[in-house]
Design a protein around this ligand. Structure first.
Ligand SMILES: Cc1ncc(COP(=O)(O)O)c(C=O)c1O
Length: 427
């Protein structure tokens, strides 16, 4: 990640790769030693492991079992495995139902949010190349707060990226985005919600702009995609964000976040077959004939797909609604607790993550380090300095431990008893 320090300089035994294989016990002992070095699943929940099903351990266990059962099956050859093929088709069908997609929508499975975003940009790029072959330097226009993986893809592909400054409310500035669009722009996107602040962009406003300019509009719902529909079923309204908004051509939503599937698994949905066709590709200019894949990756495991199938079936709609209610309760408890700490203020984010500010001038890394020291983990944000936690369906104990530790750490940092130097080993 970078800001958590360089870590220890590894020193290796000369016989790291053994000449003769070890016995099973020795291998498992080796792995257990690695596992012991890592954070345990409870204290490391939102920073290391992502969304955690701590209030529904049965679902977590079933997901893991399903993953193990199919982990060796290659999705690349699903056509040779009628069971795996049927399972993946059923997962895609359930995704459509869960996300409320129209029948015309087409879903593809990917290895994660980043790959889903790459697929969206690529489909738009292919469409634009066909539509406007004369465009000189194809570019995309996105809000400053959109996920960093978009910068990575543009770096890899040479597509020009314009990140547009946000409005005063830290959401996409629709008018500024509109002004940034040129005849070379083929793609704009908004987040639902964004990772830095947990805020929804004005998807309707952005999509209207995309329609006006005749360009591709993508919604990055990687984070909240599988949480939002069930939050609404639990009775809380959220901003418009899906294919009900005219002009939206694709949506990314991660199953390995609030779909509660094992990593790596996400989805990219296209509004129609026509838009999906710009994504699909078959290579035939090589010795082995037609070669096509679901998304960008070649071989991928069917284990995560099996885990999605298992969790969807096990939880059903009622189970997802229950977990969404739990997220709302966890969120309420965090906000109440964090705001009760002197000088600390939670932002009014829309869903997840939750972000809060520490007293003005206080070094967030001293606070985060003090929390790490107490085995309470969170993430930093930089503009402005913020501390971030995911709202996942954890137990009350996790929330209370976080809040109690924060209450202890903030005054210690204030009095200079915790400093960036003293917590350096934890960062
Ligand atoms: C809004 C958003 N988009 C995209 C991503 C990238 O997802 P992944 O890490 O699965 O590639 C994330 C990850 O947190 C995210 O929050």
């Amino acid at each position: 990640m970078g800001y958590f320090g360089a870590g220890e300089e590894p020193r290796f035994d000369s016989d790291l790769f053994p000449k003769q294989g070890l016995d099973e016990k020795a291998v498992m002992d080796g792995l257990e030693a690695f596992e012991k070095k890592d954070l345990d699943r409870i204290v490391g929940h939102s920073i290391v492991y992502g969304v955690q099903l701590m209030s529904h351990m049965d679902a977590a266990r079933i997901a893991k079992q399903a993953n193990m059962m199919f982990v060796r099956n290659n999705m690349l050859y699903k056509e040779l495995q009628p069971g795996t093929l049927r399972m993946s088709v059923e997962v895609k069908r359930m995704i459509k139902e869960m996300l409320g997609h129209p029948d015309s929508a087409r879903v593809r499975l990917t290895s994660g949010g980043s790959e889903s975003l790459y697929c969206a940009i690529n489909a738009a790029y292919q469409w634009f190349r066909q539509e406007r072959p004369r465009a000189r330097e194809p570019e995309i226009v996105v809000p400053y707060s959109i996920h960093g993986s978009i910068s990575k893809w543009c770096h890899y592909t040479g597509i020009r990226l314009k990140r547009v400054q946000l409005g005063d409310d830290y959401r996409a500035d629709v008018a500024a985005m509109d002004r940034a669009i040129t005849k070379d722009t083929f793609f704009i996107a908004g987040s639902a919600p964004c990772w830095p602040y947990g805020l929804y962009d004005d998807i309707e406003g952005l999509a209207r702009g995309a329609e006006k300019h005749g360009i591709w509009m993508h919604v990055d719902a990687c984070l909240g995609g599988f949480l939002a529909p069930f939050i609404e079923k639990a009775g809380r309204r959220l901003p418009a964000r899906d294919f009900r908004v005219p002009g939206v051509r694709s949506i990314s939503a991660d199953l390995h976040k609030y779909g509660y599937a094992c990593k790596p698994l996400s989805s990219i949905s296209f509004r129609t077959e026509e838009w999906a066709r710009y994504h699909d590709f078959t290579a035939s200019d090589w010795p082995d004939g037609p070669y096509s894949t679901e998304a960008i990756m070649g071989s991928t495991t069917a284990g995560s797909v099996a885990s999605a199938w298992a969790v969807m079936k096990f939880l059903g709609e009622d189970g997802y609604v229950e977990l969404a209610k739990r997220c709302l309760e966890v969120r309420r408890r965090y906000i109440e607790g964090i705001n009760s700490v002197d000088g600390v203020k939670c932002w009014e984010t829309d869903l997840t993550p939750l972000v809060f500010q520490v007293p003005e001038g206080m070094d967030i890394f001293a606070v985060i380090g003090g929390l790490f020291e107490r085995k309470v983990y969170c993430l930093p944000g930089f503009q402005p300095p913020l501390i971030k936690i995911l709202v996942d369906p954890v137990t009350d104990e996790v929330v209370d431990r976080f809040v109690d530790s924060l209450r202890e750490v903030v005054p210690l940092v204030e009095r200079g008893e915790i400093t960036i130097e003293s917590v350096r080993p934890y960062l």
